[in-house]
Structures are given as structure tokens and as C-alpha cells.
Design a protein around this ligand. Sequence first.
Ligand SMILES: Nc1ncnc2c1ncn2[C@@H]1O[C@H](COP(=O)(O)OP(=O)(O)OP(=O)(O)O)[C@@H](O)[C@H]1O
Ligand SMILES: [Mg+2]
Length: 217
Amino acid sequence: MIATSPDIDTLARRALGLVGAGGRTIVGIAGSPGSGKTTLARAVARRACELAGAPLAVHLPMDGFHLANATLDALGRRDRKGAIDTFDGWGFVALLNRLQSELDHTVYAPGFERTVDEPVAGAIAIEPSARLILAEGNYLLAPGAPWSAVRPLLAEAWFADAPEEERVRRLVDRHTRHGRSPGAALAWARDVDGANARLIEPTRDSAALIIRSGGPA
Ligand SMILES: Nc1ncnc2c1ncn2[C@@H]1O[C@H](COP(=O)(O)OP(=O)(O)OP(=O)(O)O)[C@@H](O)[C@H]1O
Ligand SMILES: [Mg+2]
């Protein structure tokens, strides 16, 4: 396991180096809420496309597999949205399998729209030319079904890391921007996001790279 500061160019070259002659290569980025997974995956995908001179790399967030708010209400889980059982994990695994096997047509993935706080079907088009997938999300390396089926589908697993204080600051900032009061934002970051982080943090042990931001390298 190697700890590194986020050098996007080096990471993009590393990911491109994993791409084989045929098929698709999936690099997975796990990490606690607010650790920088989305920012990292986007930047690496963008840089990989620049280096390849072609739209070879795509960012795929696990966030598109959030259950709908109505479903969470029916299950009584809305008050802890973001927990491991508030995602369609089987759906995410099925999409990764489809990406490995379906190369002759566009594969559509759901996105997550923060402004309406809901997943949106078909938001991300993954074209046959996309051979490198930067998949990212909280539970990519979590133990137990269905999440344990993710790791074998990855060419490499990375873990985004940031000091807890910094993550909480980022999360409070995001929650307040999306309409929560400062008190409610802090409570959600500490209680709901915090409980999720306790489950996610030990999963760093199965990552090949730990990529730090927001603290000493
Ligand atoms: N390397 C970095 N340096 C400073 N700020 C960063 C860095 N990476 C991400 N951030 C900021 O931290 C916040 C959270 O980042 P991001 O959305 O990428 O995290 P995440 O792990 O995807 O979070 P979530 O689990 O909630 O989806 C954002 O406001 C982003 O701008
Ligand atoms: Mg994210």
C-alpha cells in the first residue's frame, strides 16, 4: 500500500497503464464521505483523456445508485440516506459487469442530481470508445454481498483519504449549500456521514494506493 499526495498526471498515467488491448479496465476509488473521491475521479478521467488524445476515460459515480427518496421513505431509511443499505448495490455490480461485457453499444449509467437530491436514469453515456472507467463511491471495497463482488471487477483499487476534521468541514459546507441549517449540517456530517465513515475507513486495507488531500502528505 502506497500513500501519495494527489498528483493527477501520475495517477492518470498509472490508470492508462492498466488498460489492456481489449475489453474495459475499471479503476475503483473508495473513501469516506467528503474524502475527495468525485473530484479525484473526474480529474484523473479528464487528464487520461488529454493524455490519450481521445475520450478513452469516463468517470462513473456509485452515487447514481442511491435509492429514490420515495423508496427510502417506504423503507424508513431516509433519515440515514448515504448508509450502505440506501444504495442499489446489486444494480451497481450489474452495471460493472455490463461494462466488462458490452462493448458494441452505448451503456447508460444513472447519475445523481444534488439539486433535486435524486438519482437520474441514463444520465451518463459510456460509449464503446471508453476503455478506462474511473468508478468511485463510498462502498466499493466494503465487505459482504453485494459489495464484495466489486473488487474482483477492478484492475486496481484506490482509496481517497482526508483528515476527519477536513472531511467534516467539507461536508458541512456542502450540506449548508444544499439548504441545511449550520446546526443540522454539522449533526448530519457527524452522525450520519460519521457512521458511514466508520464502516468505510477499514476498507482502505484492500487498496493499492491511498491518495491524501487536505492534510500533510
Ligand atoms: N484535493 C482537494 N483539496 C481541497 N478540497 C478538495 C479536494 N478534493 C475535494 N475537495 C473538496 O471537498 C469537497 C468534497 O469533495 P468530493 O465531492 O470530491 O468528495 P467525495 O468523496 O466524492 O464526497 P461524497 O462521499 O460525499 O460523494 C468538495 O467541496 C471538493 O471541492
Ligand atoms: Mg462524491
